[in-house]
Design a protein. Structure first.
Length: 236
């Protein structure tokens, strides 16, 4: 099977997996693409395919000395042997994974392929299980942290709104006590009604679009935000 055909089959299998997955239901699939992938560009095609289909990607690098590969190739059935000139050309052109130069190869697991191949297969399965379990735990932890951040943000918004409300009430009370703040032809009850109606509308607008509250400094300087919001009300 040529690599183009192999990638096409991989793409179809992953798309079928995505189409069969139900909402809110996690179905895990580990698809092992077994090939030499001697060129980095070939591996990157698989990476791009995984990215397009929102799948994870990792490289299982079975590091075997060229001499060991020659011995294994020589022990094959004649019809299955790789011709010597092809073998030497592939060995010379092989580009091993390098996560320092290529960030997309960071998930590379390297194994020593000199030992028993059955033991290596068991190691691969165990490694895959551990990685999937770790991935699941990281996802749960991330969801937990996001939920906590959402709760913290909501509490902060409620605290800020409460403090702004208190400050506005105090400011309105001060305005009503000042004869200079009383517009001509407006009674104190009328002014109190107008200011309190503005206060309610202002707080309602903050609840609908709390962008000013969410810009709260990371240092948690709630007082600064409250002062800024109260000042904004006073300038209206």
């Amino acid at each position: 099977m040529c690599q183009q055909e192999m990638l096409l089959r991989v793409s179809k299998r992953l798309k079928r997996q995505n189409d069969s997955s139900r909402p809110n239901q996690s179905t895990q699939l580990v698809l092992l693409v077994d090939d030499n992938f001697q060129y980095r560009s070939l591996r990157k095609r698989c990476f791009r395919l995984a990215t397009e289909l929102n799948c994870g990607f990792a490289v299982l690098y079975v590091n075997v000395p060229a001499e060991t590969c020659r011995e294994r190739n020589a022990g094959r059935n004649k019809r299955e042997q790789v011709p010597s000139e092809v073998f030497e050309r592939m060995a010379a052109a092989f580009e091993p994974p390098n996560d320092h130069q290529n960030s997309w190869e960071v998930n590379t697991c390297q194994f020593n392929g000199v030992g028993n191949i059955e033991e290596l297969a068991d190691t691969l399965v165990l490694q895959a299980e551990q990685e999937l379990k770790a991935l699941h735990l990281r996802r749960l932890q991330r969801q937990k942290e996001e939920a906590q951040q959402c709760r913290d943000r909501l509490i902060t918004e409620q605290n800020v709104l409460h403090l702004v409300d208190l400050q506005l009430r105090q400011w309105i009370s001060t305005q009503l006590k000042s004869e200079e703040a009383l517009p001509s032809g407006v009674t104190k009850p009328q002014l109190a009604s107008q200011l309190n109606q503005r206060r309610k509308s202002y707080l309602a607008s903050l609840k609908r679009s709390p962008s000013s509250i969410r810009s709260l400094p990371k240092s948690g300087a709630i007082d600064q935000v409250v002062v800024s919001l109260v000042f904004g009300f006073q300038q209206e």
